[in-house]
Design a protein around this ligand. Structure first.
Ligand code: NAD
Length: 506
């Protein structure tokens, strides 16, 4: 199945002055200051933007809206499709949702794109040749936020990886690479351990990769992949990852460029596009000290997205020339600094350099096709729509059930005996695991057990299809026996292949 996304519309233009409307949320702390700096630069560069200023963040939280986003802000985002967002302060303590997660999920911003490039020697970095783009899946994985406490001892977070979501982000990464003249796409997963979830992401990566023969590809296990990345980032070009690994690697990569203060980030999807700096609201900073560069570079990406690449290039090159001239805010000041600038002075310096290009750093240029982020198609090319794997839902057969118990009064053998005595249905107890380790039959006495037991019931003839009613009978019998089952998970075969992890020793 290929991902079908509606073509995003460009934001509406103002009828009189032909300006493009965008939603702007200045945010908290240094947010208003750096947002103002960025908008002054964009205006001086002739970006022709009409900002709809809206509120999100601290004051909205304090007014009792725990999502931090009022309805009029949603309306504005729906109207413009583009949000330039200053950092916000998340109040400490319970009850407050992550505003970023809410925005991403509500607007379907499935891709997080973070270009990470070093500007050495003007901003020192141990990796002067580093120039990578991290593309992180933004909606799934452990960030689905489905968590439960199940027993006195055990909590759980569900990791959801879908074929459609994986295909969308992987194809986005390949299309991005092609449009931006990038040569290599690398995927990180942990599919040696999470064979079904990360295994799916990896399999989709391999399938999609075959449709882009012009791009080099590789897959690495995430732990050694990150270690290699930190050691030699110049060996990477575009990296695509599931949500959690992407969250971690994108911050590491930004820091490796020399400072998180210069990192911009793009969140993109069918419901719009969100551009922001990667840093927070820096409440520790006094006025007129903050570096506006992260938000400015995000705004450059916004200009490309809006089809104003010429202005985007002008702003980007002016910023590069400013950095190269040694005009630096305090956070990036170093031996190459000629002038330690305030926020306002730095802003003025960028404006003075509009029209100039850097002399030594690579000049910012965008290819004509590398413009709108959202215009990257996530549809498979026509002839290649059919997935190459055996992934179908054609023949789905129920073959058993894993029942989880809260139980704390004996050895695995005792639990097995109670279950066998209670379970009078056609289903047979095949295995008990504790935290994924098989403890019955033939467990090891040294295994440390918690109060959380997974007990696998299947037809006596292994692999035979069962009816849902048999599971209902089993649960009823277990209930009558006073056993505290806390959760169940059906076991399905798909076209004869198990859609569940086989227990250890099976
Ligand atoms: P932070 O990124 O705000 O600050 C970390 C350090 O970097 C501080 O010393 C700060 O002074 C410095 N710094 C950050 N941006 C800078 C800039 N532009 N110029 C110069 N120095 C800069 O992280 P934090 O202190 O952990 O978080 C502060 C608040 O921001 C928290 O409420 C947090 O939840 C929030 N936050 C928001 C976002 C967002 O809105 N996207 C992201 C991260 C953190």
């Amino acid at each position: 199945m290929s991902a079908k996304l509606p073509a995003p519309e460009h934001p509406p233009t103002h009828p009189k002055c032909n300006a493009t409307r965008i939603t702007v949320t200045p945010g908290d702390g240094i947010g208003p200051e750096i947002t103002a700096a960025v908008l002054v630069i964009l205006s001086a560069a002739g970006a022709k933007l009409e900002a709809e200023y809206m509120e999100v963040g601290e004051r909205v939280y304090q007014a009792g809206n725990t999502s931090g986003i009022p309805e009029e802000t949603w309306e504005s985002i729906r109207r413009t499709g583009v949000l330039l967002k200053g950092p916000i302060t998340t109040p400490q303590g319970g009850g407050y949702k992550s505003l970023n997660v809410t925005l991403r999920k509500t607007l379907g911003l499935y891709a997080n794109v973070r270009p990470c490039r070093a500007y050495a020697p003007y901003i020192p970095s141990r990796h002067p040749a580093m120039d990578v783009v991290i593309i992180r899946e933004n909606e799934e994985d452990l960030y689905a936020g489905i968590e439960h406490r199940q027993t006195a001892d055990v909590t759980q977070c569900l990791k959801l990886i879908t074929r459609s979501g994986s295909e969308r982000i992987v194809r986005y990464a390949f299309e991005y690479a092609r449009r931006h003249g990038r040569k290599r796409v690398t995927c990180f997963t942990k599919d040696n351990i999470m064979k079904i979830t990360d295994g799916l992401f990896h399999r989709v990566f391999d399938e999609v990769a075959r449709q882009y023969p012009d791009i080099e590809t590789s897959h690495q296990i995430v732990d050694i992949g990150m270690a290699n990345f930190v050691h030699r980032p110049e060996a990477y070009d575009v990296v695509v990852l599931p949500n959690l690994y992407g969250d971690i690697l994108s911050d590491i990569a930004a820091q490796m460029t020399g400072s998180v203060g210069i990192g911009g980030s793009v969140n993109i999807g069918p419901g719009g596009a969100l551009f922001e700096a990667i840093h927070g609201s820096a409440p520790d900073l006094p006025p007129n000290v903050a570096n506006p560069s992260g938000l400015l570079l995000a705004a450059v990406e916004m200009l490309h997205h809006l089809g104003r690449s010429e202005v985007g290039e002008t702003v980007h090159n002016a910023w590069l020339a400013t950095i190269e001239d040694g005009i630096h805010t305090a956070d990036i000041a170093n031996e190459a600094t000629v002038e330690r600038a305030t926020t306002q002075r730095f802003t003025q310096a960028v404006i003075e350099r509009l029209g100039r290009k850097p002399k030594h750093l690579p000049v910012a240029e965008s290819t004509p096709q590398a413009t709108a982020h959202a215009n990257v198609s996530t549809d498979a090319p026509e002839a290649e729509c059919a997935p190459t794997s055996s992934w179908t839902v054609g023949a789905k057969a129920l073959v058993g059930v894993d029942v989880f118990f809260d139980w704390n009064v004996g050895l695995p053998e005792d639990l097995a005996a109670r279950l066998k005595a209670a379970a009078v249905s056609e289903l047979a107890l095949k295995m008990i695991t504790n935290r994924g380790v098989k403890v019955w039959p033939n467990g090891h006495p040294a295994t440390i057990c918690t109060d959380h037991w997974r007990c696998r019931f299947q037809a006596r003839e292994l692999g035979a299809e069962i009816a849902r009613a048999e599971i209902v009978s089993l649960l009823r019998a277990l209930d009558v026996a006073g056993l505290d089952f806390i959760k169940m998970e059906n076991l399905y075969n798909f076209d004869g292949n198990p859609g569940y992890a086989l227990g250890q020793g099976q």
